[in-house]
Design a protein around this ligand. Structure first.
Ligand code: TGC
Ligand code: FAD
Length: 392
């Protein structure tokens, strides 16, 4: 069993800007990861399986709905604490962070923000404790970047809704207890519905053959005349803005998470370059190696500062969708670049499961696509600065 030797890079003393509570939350998550998850993650990644035994631990570190108030079972933390937890989880594996992101921002957030009190009380405490795992169904086979074209639909049958359609590429789907599903009513307006496992006509086949995010379970949500009780419709927000509002929160978490993956790759590359001897010297002594390492820490530091400021704006309630898009796009691209450079620094060893680099690199190929692709986020920035949407 490998020892997790991670030491977090903090070149601009970001710790000085964190409160004692932030540091406690971050360090608890870090210690839990080192002890409970790092020793098993490569094995689960290779088996293409989510390690379900970590669910109670994820709940204990605040990984499910970090900012959900205590009255609904959440830890009631601020947005920087949420970000720091995502950073630590993705430092270990993007799939681990995915499970937490989906549960927190794509399932608990819409129930909290768009649900009624009965829905909050029924679902949030069980989601916070990990007794229930949720999934979020927006993407469809023919509607990924353009969810407004979705075909999933429901009809009012008097005493219930009848839901039909299919969602694809859904994290946590194969073992979710509930799904927050976005579908159109008879007038074509998008609404969120809570669908529970066990409802007749609801199935969740697993997606196989993924070469990325293998430690996270991905699947479909299929609705074949599913009778959904009327009390399961989220009443307080409709239209595409409802799911996009959830994405704001999840994309913010990814911006922090991607930094975690980059920090792990950099830390591993720095250590390896000082230990690996070639031509009679550590490879860290060659200028080309120092260029790679210096550029990696520079980009990580810039992303840390961008994201900390975004966290302050999230706490103040002023962060815009476009500001979140910029951070998600920048940080994931930065992490991919760092992972690729780190892979080279490790030479042949970099392609093995002795190191986390190749796993991070493959995972980040999903992260750069989900929650809005790299190019969609560029277009969101473009629209924000010019006032002209260039999506269609
Ligand atoms: P558009 O016309 O721009 O907007 C439609 C309506 O929505 C409003 N709106 C927002 N409201 C709240 N929050 C936001 N972030 C919002 N963005 C837009 C907008 O004001 C408008 O309102 P109204 O009242 O005028 O109707 O919509 P569009 O159809 O042109 O699409 C815009 C676009 C392309 C940016 C959007 O559709 C988009 O973001 N596409 C990317 C899709 C995406 O990110 N899918 C993610 C699926 S979930 C996922 O990947 C989970 S991975 C989980 C994991 O494992 O971590
Ligand atoms: P497409 O939309 O077909 O895009 C293909 C290419 O075309 C991309 O490069 C894109 O940038 C480009 N493109 C599209 N439109 C434009 C345009 N207007 N201008 C320029 N370029 C454009 N979804 C969920 O709802 N819930 C989940 O839990 C979830 N989990 C996921 C887990 C994994 C592992 C993965 C890989 C995906 C997941 N997704 C989930 C789906 C994800 O959100 C979509 O894959 C993503 O939104 C992109 O959609 P698409 O794959 O259909 O690509």
């Amino acid at each position: 069993m490998k020892t997790d030797q991670f030491q977090a890079p903090d070149y601009y003393n970001l710790d000085d800007l964190l409160t004692d509570e932030h540091k406690l939350i971050r360090d608890s998550a870090r210690e839990w990861i080192k002890k409970e998850v790092s020793p098993i993650i490569e094995d689960y990644y290779e088996r293409a399986e989510f390690p379900k035994q970590v669910i109670p631990g994820l709940a204990a570190i605040g990984g499910f709905g970090p900012y959900i108030p205590e009255q609904y079972g959440g830890p009631g933390l601020d947005q920087i604490s949420y970000g720091l937890i995502m950073q630590e989880l993705e430092r270990c594996d993007s799939g681990l962070r995915s499970t937490s992101s989906v549960q927190s921002s794509l399932v608990m957030y819409p129930i909290y923000a768009y649900g009624n009190e009965a829905q909050r009380m029924k679902y949030l405490p069980k989601l916070a404790s990990g007794e229930f795992i949720g999934s979020f169904g927006l993407t469809e086979p023919d509607h990924g970047s353009n969810p407004s074209g979705m075909l999933s639909n429901f009809k009012d049958m008097g005493d219930h809704y009848l839901l039909n359609g299919a969602k694809m590429w859904i994290s946590n789907a194969p073992f979710c207890d509930i799904a927050v599903v976005w579908a159109k009513n008879e007038e074509g307006r998008i609404h969120g519905l809570i669908v529970e496992r066990g409802m007749d006509g609801f199935t969740t086949p697993e997606t196989h053959g993924k070469l990325s995010l293998r430690a996270s379970a991905t699947g479909e949500l299929i609705f074949d005349n599913v009778k959904v009780p009327k009390e399961n419709l989220l009443p307080n927000k409709s239209g595409l803005g409802a799911p996009l509002g959830c994405l704001d929160s999840a994309r913010y978490g990814i911006a922090w998470g991607a930094i975690g993956a980059a920090m792990d790759c950099y830390d591993s590359a720095l250590r390896y370059s000082k230990e690996r001897i070639q031509f009679g010297k550590p490879i860290a002594s060659f200028q080309l190696m120092q260029k790679k390492l210096a550029e990696m820490i520079t980009e990580i530091t810039k992303a840390q500062l961008l994201t900390f400021r975004l966290g302050q704006m999230k706490n103040a309630g002023t962060a815009t969708t476009a500001q979140i898009s910029m951070a998600k796009r920048n940080n994931v691209a930065m992490a991919l670049d760092v992972a690729r450079e780190a892979r080279q620094i490790h030479g042949a060893m970099g392609i093995t499961n002795e190191y986390s680099i190749m796993r991070h690199m493959a995972n980040l190929e999903s992260v750069v696509t989900y929650e809005g692709t790299h190019d969609i986020h560029l277009l969101i920035t473009g629209m924000d600065i010019t006032g002209i949407p260039a999506f269609k």
